[in-house]
Write a protein that binds this ligand. Structure first.
Ligand code: ATP
Ligand code: MG
Length: 180
């Protein structure tokens, strides 16, 4: 699995549409404090379905929309798209490239797209669960998270290993089936 490109418009500090292309190997994003580095990882977690405004360092979901600056008016919506390589078929979709988008408007209206088709959050979760890229996955380790993992209860730590080992999907389905 390989994240090829991230496109952001109107998300947090990114008023202009930006595209970041990743190449194989290690990519480091550097910049002064407050320049938007963490906003990029927030954008990636958000498009993968993050529902907690607090975990995105805001008070309400609307806070992810560009709020304006001295020289620019606030925007009305935010949109983030990830483009992933799927030539090895890790994601259970019949495409060699997958795009996932999420959009939210100030009115509260929001939607998700998989390869350009509107879908539910559940569809996104199903595609990414056990790929290592879900919003709860180990692929994004934010500031303070290492300490949190080390200090967490064994049961909580276990779920990180379940996701890494690819069994979380089955546990989640079993739990849902039992509650039907
Ligand atoms: P550090 O090196 O301190 O970790 P960073 O590069 O990770 O910094 P971020 O936390 O990504 O910086 O960016 C913070 C900036 O994003 C702040 O200047 C904040 O005002 C801006 N920001 C956050 N939300 C919005 C928004 N909705 N509209 C406009 N700007 C925003
Ligand atoms: Mg930061």
């Amino acid at each position: 699995m390989f994240l090829k490109r991230v496109e952001i418009i109107g998300f947090k500090s990114f008023a202009e549409r930006i595209g970041i292309d990743f190449v194989p190997g290690v990519t480091a994003i550097v910049g002064p404090n407050g320049s938007g580095k963490s906003n990029i990882t927030d954008a990636i977690r958000w498009v993968l379905g993050e529902q907690s405004a607090k975990s995105l360092r805001g008070a309400k979901m609307e806070d992810v929309i560009f709020a304006g600056s001295d020289s620019r008016k606030p925007l009305n919506y935010a949109e983030v798209t990830l483009i992933l390589d799927n030539t090895n078929g890790l994601f259970p979709l019949d495409y060699t490239e997958i795009s996932v988008s999420r959009r939210v408007f100030r009115s509260g209206e929001s939607n998700y797209l998989l390869n350009g088709q509107q879908c539910r959050l559940k569809d996104i979760n199903d595609v990414f669960m056990d790929s290592g890229l879900g919003k709860e996955a180990f692929s994004i380790i934010s500031q303070g998270r290492v300490d949190e993992i080390l200090n967490s209860r064994p049961e909580d730590r276990r779920s990180i290993f379940d996701e890494a080992a690819g069994v979380l999907k089955y546990k989640t389905r079993k739990r849902k089936a039992e509650h039907k």
